[in-house]
Design a protein around this ligand. Structure first.
Ligand code: SF4
Length: 506
């Protein structure tokens, strides 16, 4: 725990101190100078927030007995409102603190002061305001302190997204559907998704599915009445292929019956992440329902690692199921890898990439491990050896070079809290094999209606661009008990966001 003792700043800005501090240290506490004199860093700010914004910082590093001074001035565009000016002040505070901590610790932060999940969305927002791509890069480097390696990948991704979805900026007239199936064969140690071990719970599965069918029917009716087309459908969870063939078939039947113009949907994805949920019959069913894209996720090709993270399937099983799916003609298969899994280093990761080279999936999402609060892995963190910042950075670069060499192109990127080495997750695909849904969910350019357990509806107003979230219950039992309520509430909110029935609250 590092204690930052702050003076010269209103407490309302302490959140910025904490966010930047956490890029350097696992735990950070921010206190006002009057409350506590002891601490690891003493920060004295002088900030002026009218006209151009000025921020000056003197940082005393008690342990290393050194003082670092940083200063920043940023111009404020004419016509900004109070809230937007305050945002500039926050950024200026983050800026001087990041520079001071980089100098004090010698640790560089490639993402600069960006601590949010969606840097690509920020890039798009500059383009939508009329900035060119090169002007956007300049601003990200100058105002947000991004390193050129990060602005390079953002530029490449934005270009790719605009090629893949030329209508990305106008897709707010349509919606996509996310279907959450909250069951898996076993629970992985790093998992915080709604995922319940399925064995022995068929009764629970059946009643959940009955509720899901009802929810699909109600949303289908709303889509039809309001003439809102569906762009994509994405099955996630959990592992949707954990349920039986008949149960999976039942969901497709209901979708076909109730979702308007079902045949016109651009992309249908089913996550089949756990290879232990797949067999020939289920793959045949996915093909029969014209599923465009599936995921089979190894995470690692190390037997030992799979045991530690609780996957309960073997490396051979992943390889066999991938080859089976290929043999059966599934021609868009995604695989996920995770960098920084327990006891894995760059040598082990290189072996995983070698195996991946033999398979050549159509797309590959390379995650960097994040220690999410609530996961078993986070609770037992002390028991694992986890790669350090430099090694994680090396593995991220290995993945990028490997993907480039094989002809994959990055097409979406997001970051998470507590991600190892302050890195990112990147989706790579061979041209033409990108997931449209992944782009849409990350860039938040259209409404995603969540159906099923733990599914979060993210409603993007086509009138104002504002975003409203509505989560479904995570637990199957609660989902069923509150089914009527959350269906009605979702429809009510959709009506408001889409101004149906002349409502105009949003
Ligand atoms: S397969 Fe995915 S959803 Fe299921 S427990 Fe593992 S990480 Fe969670």
């Amino acid at each position: 725990m590092k204690i930052f003792v702050v003076s010269g700043l209103e407490p309302v800005f302490y959140r910025e101190i904490e966010l930047i501090g956490k890029l350097f240290f696992e735990e950070v506490r921010v206190v006002g100078g009057k409350q506590e004199q002891n601490g690891d860093f003493h920060l004295h700010f002088a900030v002026q927030g009218t006209g151009p914004v000025f921020a000056n910082l003197t940082l005393k590093d008690i342990l290393r007995d050194q003082t670092v001074k940083t200063a920043h001035r940023r111009e404020v565009e004419a016509g900004l409102n109070e809230k937007e000016i305050r945002k500039q002040v926050k950024q200026a505070i983050s800026y001087v603190l990041l520079q001071a901590l980089q100098k004090a610790t010698g640790v560089e932060q490639p993402w600069g002061i960006l601590t949010g999940v969606r840097p690509v969305k920020l890039f798009h927002s500059f383009l939508l305001k009329g900035f060119s791509a090169s002007e956007t890069v300049q601003r990200l480097q100058k105002d947000y302190l991004l390193h050129p390696a990060k602005t390079d990948i953002l530029t490449e991704i934005v270009e790719r997204q605009k090629e893949v979805l030329p209508d990305l900026y106008t897709l707010d007239q349509e919606v996509s559907l996310y279907i959450g199936i909250p069951f898996c064969p076993t629970k992985c140690a790093y998992c915080t998704f709604p995922a319940y071990a399925i064995r022995g719970r068929n009764g629970l599965v059946e009643s959940f599915l009955a509720g899901l069918h009802e929810e699909i029917e109600a949303v289908g009716k709303w889509l039809r009445e309001n003439k809102v087309p569906v762009t994509n459908i994405y099955f996630g969870g959990g592992t949707p292929t954990s349920v039986s063939m008949e149960q999976l078939d039942g969901i497709f039947q209901v979708l076909k019956k109730h979702i308007p113009d079902y045949e016109m949907i651009r992309e249908l994805t089913v996550e089949a992440g756990r290879p232990d949920t797949l067999n020939e019959e289920k793959l045949e069913l996915l093909k029969a329902w014209a599923v465009d894209r599936i995921s089979i996720n190894p995470q690692s090709f190390q037997e030992e690692t799979l045991k530690v993270i609780g996957r309960h399937h073997s490396v051979k099983e992943t390889l066999d199921k991938f080859r089976l799916a290929r043999k059966m003609g599934l021609d868009n298969i995604n695989m996920d890898l995770i960098i920084g899994l327990p006891n894995e280093d760059a040598t082990i990761f290189a072996k995983t990439l070698d195996t991946m080279r033999e398979l050549k999936p159509d797309s590959l999402t390379v995650h960097t491990l994040s220690f999410k609060s609530g996961s078993v892995m986070t609770q037992n963190r002390d028991r694992y050896r986890v790669a350090g910042r430099d090694e994680v950075r090396e593995m991220v670069k290995m993945a990028r070079d490997w993907a480039k060499e094989l002809g994959y192109r990055p097409y979406y990127l997001y970051r998470q809290k507590n991600i190892l080495g302050n890195q990112e997750n990147v989706g790579y695909a061979f041209p033409g094999k990108e997931s449209l849904y992944n782009i849409l969910i990350m860039e938040e350019k259209q409404t995603i209606i969540g159906l099923g357990c733990g599914a979060v509806s993210k409603m993007v107003s086509p009138h104002t661009g504002r975003i409203f979230r509505f989560p479904n219950p995570k637990e199957p039992k609660v989902y069923n008990e509150t089914l009527r309520h959350h269906i009605e509430e979702k429809i009510r909110r959709l009506n408001e966001v889409y101004q149906c029935g002349n409502r105009s609250a949003y």
